[in-house]
Design a protein around this ligand. Structure first.
Ligand SMILES: [Zn+2]
Length: 256
């Protein structure tokens, strides 16, 4: 199978490194800077073979030119960002499937944060690389898409197996937990996750990855069709995408 590592970068980014020893593959997802990846690889004597990019933001692709200069690793990214991520060797879109060593990789278009964002699901290992679409207890800001698009994107990811590990792009979980608790205070799964997050952060440990089933129970952005959340916003009976828009707006305005 594969091993996966989460490497902190920049201020609060995570870079993900997947190693498939049997097939001689080392894959990096969203390298916002090269230095921490270089250090991690050289410690282990691994040579980079593939780079996956979820979207074009600099804190996700900034390290690519230096890493490719080292290794000539193959760069794979979203077809919808073909004009925004330089020199991709292969592009993929919704429903595409490709193989990387032992893994079947499924691609989902997940617009909302950027119009061309995609997510990668490593099927056998149950690993989801969600970029800035799905965070632990949160979701990405809507820079280029509509709430309805983002709800659609998150609904696609929510349908993956519950034991999927969600590898997202940022350590925002503690602040996301404060907001989530403010709108969903009686949710026991959320309370438990918030306590776990506080304990991890107090030790300086990452809260990423998380289990998808835990996110489904606790993350308000995956719960816009929950009647309790709709009621909190005085929107009982409203379409989930409309409730989702209210949750996203409340988060954008949240100070806490
Ligand atoms: Zn981004």
């Amino acid at each position: 199978m594969v091993e996966v590592h989460v490497v902190p970068a920049l201020t609060d980014n995570y870079i993900h490194i997947i190693h498939d020893a049997a097939h001689g593959l080392t894959i990096v997802v969203d390298p916002g800077e090269a230095a921490p990846v270089r250090a991690f690889l050289s410690e282990r004597g691994w040579r980079l073979t593939h780079i996956l990019a979820t979207h074009h933001h600099g804190d996700h692709i900034g390290g690519i030119p230096d890493l490719r200069a080292d290794s000539h690793a193959m760069l794979i990214g979203p077809r919808a960002e073909i004009d925004r991520i330089p020199e991709m060797d292969a592009t993929h879109g919704e429903g595409d499937i490709f193989t990387l060593g032992s893994q079947t990789v499924r691609v989902f278009d997940t617009p909302g944060h950027t119009r061309g964002h995609c997510a990668f699901f490593f099927e056998e290992a149950r690993l989801l690389f969600s970029g800035d679409t799905l965070f632990s207890l949160g979701c990405g800001r809507l820079f280029e898409g509509t709430p309805a698009q983002m709800w659609d994107s998150l609904s696609t990811l929510r349908a993956l197996p519950g034991d999927t590990r969600v590898h997202c792009g940022h350590e925002y979980t503690a602040s996301n937990a404060r907001f989530a608790r403010s709108i969903d205070p009686d949710n026991a799964a959320l309370k438990a996750r918030a306590e776990e997050v506080a304990a991890l952060r107090a030790k300086g440990l990452p809260t990423v990855p998380s289990r998808l089933s835990d996110e489904i129970a606790a993350n308000p952005f995956l719960r816009a069709d929950d009647p309790g959340l709709a009621a909190h916003f005085g929107m009982t009976g409203a379409p989930p995408a409309t409730v989702f828009a209210a949750i996203r707006k409340a988060k954008d305005e949240f100070r806490g």
